[in-house]
Design a protein around this ligand. Structure first.
Ligand code: SF4
Length: 344
């Protein structure tokens, strides 16, 4: 097992008391607020997540409120954050928490891990930050700090390495203030020891950090080579009929599950092919104009999109035909379509 410096907590906690940022989820700490914030922060920058978090808490302040909301309301609150499976899992888990735990998150990391969307990291974060239990939460930030502290020669992408650091950290939890210790490790990784060049001079761990002693701490963590993303061409349609725009719901499973989107097909259609497609849908196209190219990057996939705006002479009911007000209130359209949404 990796050997982490002995007095991590003694060095980190005083630093955290002076340097921890004032973030919305650190005020009024409750298991529900910690849970929602951790799920939001999994794929979203802190700055971007703050407003979403406050809006979410305003609309759905308790687990019971989240459980009772309909899915479209939850997805609408998540609109623009991406990785929508997170929101759907939150919603499913909230229902289970109401059913099985009377609306209170269980103070037990095993029971937490059994809920949809909660893995080792999130269970550790909730258990330690909300319930003050000695449960490590090992995310990319914490792994980077650990890898630099120990000059770890193995790839941190390897689950076994992650598990080893989790166990090594478990030995370093203090008897009190477990939540502050978890938050301090995350905070250090985000602010002082980020990817790229760390600020070892400003780090409370400099004297005990093997990476800093080498003079080139940025050599860690060791990473696996990334697989290149798959590129997919898509053609996106802004179909207009009598001041309304067509949307269609994505399937229940897979990429952007359950979200509403502008009709689109695979391939890079030219004007003639785009007209044929609109006609095949039963839109009786009367005119067509280009509305630009755009790219959206998912984790393993890139969409390279071409857009066509089509004036329709018919409104087939394979689509729903929406006003701007309805789209704003009810239909969550993912940010993959941002370049075209802005033109509606
Ligand atoms: S001393 Fe430098 S490399 Fe080590 S944990 Fe601190 S910032 Fe990171």
């Amino acid at each position: 097992m990796e050997k982490l410096p002995k007095d991590l907590a003694g060095l980190l906690l005083p630093w955290y008391d002076g340097h921890g940022r004032d973030l919305p989820w650190r005020r009024d700490v409750t298991p529900y607020r910690v849970w929602v914030s951790e799920i939001m922060l999994q794929q979203t920058r802190i700055e971007a997540a703050k407003d979403y978090f406050l809006r979410f808490m305003d609309a759905l302040p308790t687990v019971a409120d989240l459980a009772a909301a309909d899915e479209q309301t939850v997805l609408k609150l998540w609109e623009g954050l991406g990785y929508y499976a997170r929101a759907r899992n939150l919603h499913r888990a909230a229902k289970l928490i109401v059913e099985n735990y009377g609306g209170e998150l269980p103070a037990d990391s095993k029971a937490l891990r059994a809920l949809p969307g909660i893995g080792d990291y999130t269970a550790g974060a909730i258990a330690s930050i909300a319930f003050d239990l000695p449960e490590p939460a090992v995310d990319g930030n914490v792994l980077r700090v650990c890898a630099r502290l120990t000059c770890c020669p193995d790839s941190v992408g390897d689950q076994k390495v992650k598990n080893r650091f989790r166990e090594a950290l478990r030995q370093r939890y203090p008897a009190e203030r477990c939540g502050a210790f978890t938050s301090a490790l995350m905070e250090l990784g985000e602010t002082v020891c980020p990817p790229g060049t760390p600020d070892c001079g400003g780090c409370p761990l400099e004297k005990v950090c093997a990476g800093a002693q080498t003079g080139h701490p940025a050599d860690w963590p060791v990473m696996d080579e990334k697989r290149p993303r798959k590129i997919q061409n898509r053609t996106v349609f802004i179909l207009e009929y009598a001041g309304r725009v067509a949307l269609i719901q994505r399937p229940d499973r897979g990429l952007l599950a359950g979200m509403w989107e502008l009709p689109n097909v695979e391939g890079d259609l030219d004007e003639t092919a785009a007209l044929c497609q609109a006609d095949a849908w039963g839109c009786a196209p009367e005119g067509l104009a280009p509305c630009g190219r755009a790219t959206h990057i998912f984790t393993h996939l890139e969409w390279h999109m071409t857009g066509w705006r089509v004036q329709c002479g018919a409104a087939p009911d394979r689509f729903i035909w929406t006003t701007a007000k309805e789209r704003a209130a009810r239909y969550p359209v993912p940010s993959a379509f941002r370049a075209y949404k802005e033109q509606l």
